[in-house]
Design a protein around this ligand. Structure first.
Ligand code: GLV
Length: 388
């Protein structure tokens, strides 16, 4: 305790020694970060590395979270907050909270039940879930487990006919929203992943095969498609693709990976139905900009025409609160629920959702916000004195 009292922040080492070491069960976790160490222990290094990696020096990955420390709360006092309401409506559907589960691929690399466990947790908590193109479970099976159609994330494949088939399949499965990821069209340099793979004494090719397209061949969403020469990268795509996608589907089209006012304006002009401000969890390019730093200019450019969501670096209910204050309509989490999944399967994901919800409810009460619309620009300020 003497050490803790002398330390301005609980250092990562102290956290490991004191809190996250050997969680006996999900209830032992005090916050979502406690699951990270548990996940590291549960997974082979190559799989943990795939989840943990950013790009280059992982600076953008770190910045995503650290930037929240530069935003401060402006709590209002003497508001009757005995009842707080976190309900959020998105595309005419009401959700209990504004927190959603981002599309994260390869979940069976983290737990044998993979996306099925995530879907069961999301169903139990009535939480919005988005499914990745590179899911390890097919969308129809996930929908069955979820009890409703999930949002479907699309990588517009280098072979456009494959993208069309994926969209048709998600449409036929009843998915209401197509989340099109545009931040990873030209490749990424994932050093942490490579370094951690080198620590793994297993042979990756035993499970993963040799060819680069083999990873698509094994994905359920690509079953029956000719993936020869196909890739999720598609560096030739331009804004015309928005129109092509919109013509293909009745689903709402949300564009994920927007970071600038210029692109936000183009999304609106081209008829997108929503935006997710995202840098792919710091796994796209090493921009050095946190998504929470990009959010205000995107919100300003959109001027309320379509919902703007954000993901990246969310680890606390206060982070969710800050993102909402800066104009996000909903806030996505990725790694935190994957840590929960890796450590404890469905129960871990449920606990992650519960922890973030409880923290958000608490900070809302303490700041005098009785409902989500009561969280606004005046609820926060930047630590350099800028207004929220
Ligand atoms: C896939 O979405 C990845 O980031 O690896």
């Amino acid at each position: 305790m003497q050490f803790l009292a002398g330390s301005p922040l609980l250092s990562p080492a102290a956290r490991t020694a004191w809190a996250a070491d050997d969680l006996a069960g999900p209830q032992d976790a005090l916050d979502v970060m406690d699951f990270e160490e548990a996940a590291r222990k549960a997974l082979p290094p190559a799989h943990f590395g795939y989840m943990a990696t950013g790009v280059d020096d992982d600076a953008t990955l770190k910045r995503n979270h650290e930037a929240y420390q530069h935003i401060q709360l402006r709590p209002r006092r003497l508001v009757d907050v005995r009842q707080t309401d976190m309900r959020t409506e998105l595309f005419a559907t009401a959700w209990d909270t504004p927190i959603f589960l981002c599309p994260c691929g390869s979940q069976r690399a983290f737990h044998s039940d993979g996306e099925l466990a995530t879907a069961r947790a999301a169903r139990a908590k009535r939480n919005l879930m988005a499914l990745s193109t590179v899911s390890t479970i097919a969308v129809e099976d996930v929908n069955r487990e979820y009890g409703a159609p999930v949002w479907f994330q699309l990588y517009a494949n280098s072979k456009w006919e494959i993208a069309e088939k994926l969209v048709e399949r998600a449409d036929a499965a009843g998915c209401p929203v197509l989340v099109w990821t545009v931040d990873l069209l030209a490749g990424s340099n994932r050093e942490t992943q490579t370094r951690m793979r080198r620590l793994d004494d297993r042979q990756c090719t035993t499970c993963h095969g040799q060819e680069s397209t083999s990873s698509l061949r094994r994905r359920p969403m690509f079953a029956g498609l000719d993936v020869t020469g196909a890739s999720n990268s598609n560096p030739g795509l331009t804004w015309d693709a928005v129109d092509r996608l919109k013509k293909l589907t009745r689903m709402k089209l949300v564009i994920k990976g927007i970071e600038t006012r210029e692109d936000a304006q183009l999304c609106c002009e081209r008829g997108a139905d929503g935006i997710i401000v995202s840098n792919h969890g710091g796994r796209a390019e090493e921009s050095g900009r946190a998504t929470i730093e990009c959010l205000p200019e995107v919100v300003e450019a959109v001027r309320g025409r379509i919902p703007v969501m954000v993901d990246g670096g969310i680890r606390r209910g206060t982070d969710v609160f800050k993102a909402l204050a800066l104009g996000a309509k909903a806030v996505g989490i990725g790694r935190p629920y994957l840590w929960g999944l890796a450590a404890f399967g469905q129960a871990g994901v449920e606990r992650v959702i519960d922890l973030l919800r409880a923290e958000l409810a608490l900070v809302m009460r303490q700041c005098g916000a009785r409902s989500i619309p009561e969280i606004g620009r005046s609820s926060v300020m930047w630590s350099d004195g800028r207004r929220g």
